[in-house]
Design a protein around this ligand. Sequence first.
Ligand SMILES: Cc1cc2nc3c(=O)[nH]c(=O)nc-3n(C[C@H](O)[C@H](O)[C@H](O)COP(=O)(O)OP(=O)(O)OC[C@H]3O[C@@H](n4cnc5c(N)ncnc54)[C@H](O)[C@@H]3O)c2cc1C
Length: 434
Amino acid sequence: MRPVSSWGRLSRDLHDVVELDQVSSAGQRIAGSPRPGLPFGNGRSYGDVCLNGGGVLWATRGLDRFLAFDDRTGVIECEAGVTLREVIDLALPRGWFPAVTPGTQWVTVGGAVANDVHGKNHHRHGCFGDHVESLTLLRTDGSRIVCGPDVEPEWFRATVGGLGLTGLIVDARFRLRPVAGPWIECERHAFQSLEQFFALSDASSSGWEYTVSWIDCGTLRGGEPRGIFFAGNHAASRATAPPHRSRRVPFLPPVPLVNRLSMRAFNALYYRANQAGSERSTKHYQPFFYPLDSLLEWNRIYGPRGFYQFQCVVPKAAQQAAVRELLQAIAVSGQGSFLSVLKTFSGRPAVGMLSFPMAGTTLALDFPNLGPSTLALLQRLCAIVDTAGGRLYPAKDAVMPPGLLSRGYPEWQHFSRFRDPGISSQMSRRLVGH
Ligand SMILES: Cc1cc2nc3c(=O)[nH]c(=O)nc-3n(C[C@H](O)[C@H](O)[C@H](O)COP(=O)(O)OP(=O)(O)OC[C@H]3O[C@@H](n4cnc5c(N)ncnc54)[C@H](O)[C@@H]3O)c2cc1C
């Protein structure tokens, strides 16, 4: 048994970690598990979706083989423990890139499917699962299911975004998108109100593949956030770039380095730095997609008690009022978010029964764990999302009340039929008792 944390570092419960390294023996190992287990990718989820305290974790990083890659079509097949970083290292020199990537490249393909992750291009390319052609699922009863959009489609819909609860994904075949090279043409604009944010978002969605906004949660003028809107497209340049180096947070500070003062100072500085200067630039894909990956183990800066991430989406009809109410509740609480991200999602139908995106606006926030006062704020935010008809993103969640799950994810009951009885997570126990 050893302690395992998710990326938010809110707990360090003991787990029986079983390292899987061969697909050929994985089925036998999960079928023989004495207690319920849970697949584990690279632990980049923030809350308890990837945890199974007191139980078994099937660690998949050892399932790291590429099985096939056609560099004429961009279709790749690999084992589930391969990371997106490894996919990019193989594919980019041959002119291909993941069609959808989250804000870190250190996620496994299995984790990307199980949370059906989204990126800055949801309005153009949907989620990761939209590009998966097939996957292989092993169940604890010893069965093996190959599924895809046209083969066993209900198993596919349950497993994409299925939070690891339908079985162990051992491999996947998915489509990449063509790119000329590693560069992104970018544009950025400062905005001073939600109206301006929505206007920029509407105006940019047809001309730009990637759009996202950072907002300054430390300064709300009359309830209006200021922020920076970023847009990007893959550039035509084929020029190569030197490898990017990352630094590491060298130790766990005894107290959080993120507090009200440092949060306000960071946000004000970031706004000023991005408000000034050229609005157009060409950036390497690493700082554009993965700015946080340049500081390895950056999650340590929140100190020993860790931090909560909170990501919700609210439907289009309610988006402006609900986002304003969420920001006002944060301002009233006096607990600002260090890094706050706002983005609109398109109405593209999701592949998975539990896929997170819906037509509307998503807001992602993080809060140092200050105990009861932080929990009270998060419950207030959940209530606002619930009233607006929205939902929370399980990949980031540690606080969602059960009612918000069933209202936010109306297919949950149907999904339950596809659950593997030999699998359980801290999140599933918290939300539905098993
Ligand atoms: C800096 C940062 C930025 C992020 N940005 C985004 C973003 O922009 N968009 C976004 O959508 N997410 C984002 N995330 C969240 C992250 O993309 C997801 O949590 C992702 O699923 C983590 O993958 P993982 O391999 O670490 O899986 P884990 O966190 O280990 O597990 C995640 C879930 O997948 C299941 N799982 C893992 N492997 C398998 C498998 N082989 N078979 C079946 N189930 C499996 C687990 O049981 C668990 O339920 C971000 C995270 C970080 C740290």
